[in-house]
Design a protein around this ligand. Structure first.
Ligand code: SPV
Ligand code: MN
Length: 626
């Protein structure tokens, strides 16, 4: 490394931080850090070496800087994002592409040179007056084939605090790997802050992803999904890298289902936001490995998966003592938790939409001083908490954490589940005929209906292949092809299932209770071990009544009626045919590189549905399929 860079770093970091940095022998790292210190121009720089003192420094800074405030319960803090900075900003999140690279119309892109110029202009002197935190972290467990070392530069102590809770420490990994480290890089600045310590310049909010250099830039935002580098920003880099190296990055939980004789069988599951992914990962009686992002690799004829994270950035809306006993307990006990965009009362306690008890009449929230009936500038009534209000905690705080959370080998995946918000088509649970059928008719055909939590009309179906659409950095067709090919050389690939927790009857009533999902997972667990039979339908394989009846009794001590079964598992031919047409149309018009086999498999499904209709009519209860 040239003397100039090292002298510059020594001068800007001061001796203690400089010594921490140079324990890592990596000139590319020095160059990267020097470049962004020079550009962003912070007053001070802190290098975190993952010691307890350094972690403490970050926690304390978040409070000292006013980005977080302490709450009544020890270890709990609260943070607020700007009223208009409450969710992922899809519009201003772009993959930077060089001329000639086509990612298709569903992926937001921007000319690379232009984007880099713009973001570097925005970042110029953006940290003046502030402290820059440099963190070394690891995606996936440390010391593993899955590990990806990462360096995060941020001037937000709140972002830094989230990262040390959500990701494994990576400083030692960097020291160990030295010059050979192939690391992801993240540069974040919250930009100018207002008196509430929330972002001021939202018009200059940008999240730009440079795949070529594996750098993500994020500016003028604080909301976690836009700023926590290792979360959704790293996903885009990992999807690209994995596509070149033969492994997958998926928007999935990992859940250990406890079967007969203490057997634990691992499932991963993909659901779009607000469709029950975290609540499934938290199923009572089972154990959680992760609730948001996984890497999957093939090893010795099996698929292995790791949780990329070690913490949870969960939605708090709707969490109550009855449905979420474990989270409820964790959220009310001492321990390190960051709440964001909830209501805080005078006595420093928090409230949120759907929490047990009455909504306090006033308090402080993402809109500032709040009272029941308060309206925003658009005349919309402001709820006590934002629907996307969140909490950050380490999974180790939860009593249902799976012992394999940090296993460098990951867990063996026996089943993959796809689910969305679907009022009238998919069955509560169904197994695909095989891998290709599952990837195409379940994963690649995933749709979800919009909810009141997002702007616009409710109940509009949104296409979201593998629930990964927002994070794709390669063309959709290529992504699906990679998924199709992933298990090609495996004798026994994981089984693929779909679930639907949101099925309604013709009057609009939900056909299932919240706890029913527990039974579907117990059934899937038995299926992957070939311990229960199934009934073949035109769209896959469904449980037999007797097996569900037994499981409902054993697990929930409930009587499950044949009538309920027939209603829930009735094949709806017109709805299924309409879905095939919708999906086919999307792939024909929006996915120029859609694999040919996708159309073939959809057509075969259509023919099976038509044949069944001829014989049995539009709506077929399963007892007529035997
Ligand atoms: C999601 O929206 O899928 C999340 C939260 O997991 S975010 O960090 O915003 O992506
Ligand atoms: Mn997510």
């Amino acid at each position: 490394m040239d003397d100039k860079t090292m002298n510059f770093l020594r001068e800007r970091l001061g001796d203690t931080n400089y010594q921490k940095l140079i324990k890592i022998k990596n000139p590319n790292l020095y160059e990267f850090i020097a470049k962004y210190i020079e550009l962003c121009n912070p007053d001070r720089v802190f290098v975190c070496n993952d010691s307890p003192e350094d972690f403490n420094y970050i926690r304390k800074s978040a409070i000292k800087n006013g980005e977080e405030s302490p709450l009544a319960i020890p270890g709990h803090t609260v943070h607020f994002d700007n009223y208009y900075d409450q969710a992922r900003d899809k519009k201003n999140t772009c993959i930077l592409v060089s001329p000639g690279t086509e990612l298709g119309s569903a992926v937001n892109t921007k000319d690379r040179d232009e984007g880099l110029r713009e973001i570097h202009e925005i970042l110029k002197n953006i940290m003046k007056g502030k402290e820059l935190y440099i963190l070394f972290l690891c995606l996936g467990p440390t010391g593993s084939e899955f590990s990806i070392p990462c360096v995060q530069l941020t001037d937000s102590s709140y972002v830094a605090h989230n990262e040390i809770l959500l990701y494994r420490p990576g400083y030692d990994e960097f020291v160990k790997q030295g010059v050979s480290a192939r690391f992801f890089k993240f540069v974040h600045s919250a930009g100018e802050l207002d008196e509430r310590k929330t972002c001021k310049n939202l018009d200059k909010r940008r999240i730009y992803i440079d795949l070529e250099n594996e750098i993500v830039y994020s500016a003028n935002t604080q909301y976690g999904g836009n700023t926590i580098g290792l979360k959704k920003l790293a996903m885009r880099l990992a999807i690209k890298r994995g596509s070149e190296e033969g492994w997958l990055t998926e928007h999935m939980f990992i859940l250990g289902i406890h079967g007969p004789n203490n057997r634990v069988t691992y499932f991963t599951g993909a659901f779009p936001s607000l469709c029950g992914k975290t609540s499934t990962a938290m199923l009572e009686g089972e154990t959680i490995v992760g609730d948001d992002i996984v890497y999957m690799r093939k090893k010795n004829g099996e698929i292995r998966a790791v949780n990329v994270e070690k913490g949870m950035f969960g939605i708090i809306q709707g969490i109550n003592s009855k449905d979420d006993p474990i989270l409820w307990k964790a959220l009310h006990n001492e321990g390190e938790i960051i709440f964001s965009n909830v209501l805080v009362t005078e006595d420093k306690r928090v409230h949120w939409i759907g929490k047990d008890g009455d909504v306090p009449s006033r308090g402080y929230n993402h809109s500032g001083e709040w009272f029941i009936g308060k309206k925003d500038a658009e005349g919309k009534e402001i709820p006590c908490s934002h629907p996307n209000a969140r909490f950050t905690l380490e999974l180790s705080l939860l009593e249902n954490v799976d012992p394999k959370l940090n296993d460098p080998e990951g867990v063996v995946v026996k089943g993959i589940v796809y689910g969305g918000r679907d009022s009238d088509t998919w069955l509560p649970v169904e197994e695909a005929f095989d891998w290709v059928h599952g990837i195409i008719t379940k994963g690649a055909s995933l749709e979800s209906e919009t909810t009141a939590a997002t702007l616009g009309k409710e109940g509009v179906r949104k296409f979201n292949p593998m629930s990964n659409l927002d994070f794709l950095s390669i063309p959709i067709g290529k992504y699906i092809q990679i998924n199709l090919d992933f298990t090609k050389d495996l004798e026994k690939p994981p089984r693929i299932f779909s679930v639907n927790y949101f099925l309604k009857d013709e009057k609009g009533n939900f056909l299932n209770e919240k706890t029913d999902k527990k039974i579907w997972y117990k059934w899937m667990e038995l299926r992957v071990h070939d311990e229960v039979d199934a009934i073949e339908t035109p769209t896959g394989r469904i449980p037999k009544y007797e097996d569900l009846q037994r499981l409902f009794k054993e697990v929930l001590n409930r009587d499950y009626s044949k009538e309920d079964y027939n209603k829930q598992f009735m094949i709806r031919i017109p709805e299924n045919l309409a879905k095939i047409e919708r999906i086919k149309n999307i792939y024909e018009t929006q996915v120029p590189d859609a694999p040919e086999i996708l159309f073939k498999v959809l057509e075969e499904q259509k023919q099976r549905l038509l044949k069944a209709r001829e014989k049995l009519g539009d709506y077929i209860t399963p007892d007529r399929l035997r």
